[in-house]
Design a protein around this ligand. Sequence first.
Ligand code: NDP
Length: 401
Amino acid sequence: MSKKFYELTPDDRLLELSLNEQTRQALSNRQSAVNAQLVENYISDFRVPIGVVHDILVDGKRYSVPMAVEEPSVIAAANNGVKMLSDSVRVKMSRMAMIGQMMFSNAVDLSSFILTHRNEIFEIAKRAKPSIYQRGGGLLDFKIRKVSENETSLDFIIDTKDAMGANIVNTIMEAELVLFEQFKPLGVILSNYATNQLVTVSAAVEFKQVGGFEVAKKIVSLNHFSKNDPYRAVTENKGIFNGISAVVLATGNDWRAVEASGHAYASRNGQYQGLATWTIVDNKLHGELTLPISVGTVGGAISAMPDAKQALSIIGNVGADDLRGIILSVGLAQNLAALKAIASGGIQRGHMRMQYRALAMQVGAHSDEVIQVVSHLIKLKQVDASIAEKVLMEIRNESKN
Ligand code: NDP
């Protein structure tokens, strides 16, 4: 009997796809034994460039931070933002914990039950995941949250220490289900809306760093715009996530969880708003960014993927709480760079130099020709692929003569 697609080896799966030989070989060459174990129907690795934000000062400590991102100008902008920060970024957070939900849609009243079964609820959690208790974590509390007239969520607050904790939370929640059987719960699952993992970073910026007081005022106004206009807010937050998601991805963390949670938080006032806030305080530009952020430095794909461990080692030996502060600091620097660029004439100048590198390669420039092509293109008013190709040919002809 022929094997099912998921039972094939990665190379045999490639043979099943309609690929030309060159593409099949390239995909085969990029396979890795570890990643083949991580996902179903694995065929190959997809590479994304990693760069670093160099020398960002967070709570008085200097870090180099890896960013994995395909968008050409993101890492340059993050570094630019970091250079503008006058002092260390300050980080504030309370004890971090995940939320697990037990959901009911049958108008239950759980209040007396959870009061009388309090100890049992804690005992079940301890038995379900003893190792997280040995690490100083575990179930901290639980509370009823009314969602609608008939719908109730029993929220379990669980400290997962240095792990992002999705599996830890789900393990505990599934163990708790049995106790609540009589109330016919809809189901249990962690919530990715990590409101018990709120982190705030703030930083001061000298006016001269952004090009003077007038630019600083424009930055404040632009940021204010994002509090009233979702069209601006989405773009401003996308810029913040350029930084955040790139570090989250590089460190092997779940960027979908961080983004979903961040966007929900941006809508907490009933309208989607910019996540960062820029004001002028004591003759300085003052930036602040608050976000719910669940990431880990162990567990999940982080422990399995050498790439993630290597990227984390660039930051140094940090725990999950430090990582949260560092990630948000990169987000704030990224936001500052974008606002400064818009306030002082637009982002295209900075962007285009990086975009032209990609264009040069697209038209066939070798790595030693890319800089030359870009420096020609940057002087032109109009650029497209055919113009880039012409420039490349001219450079090649000149070097022949
Ligand atoms: P794991 O299931 O790998 O749990 C982390 C494990 O790491 C712990 O159980 C613990 O095992 C070990 N560990 C070692 N040192 C520490 C430490 N200092 N602090 C805490 N744990 C430590 O991963 P997570 O529970 O973090 O789950 C994350 C993964 O789940 C991610 O890959 C995510 O994508 C995925 N996921 C996400 C979902 C979502 O977001 N909705 C849903 C389901 C999965 P021990 O104590 O035995 O050594």
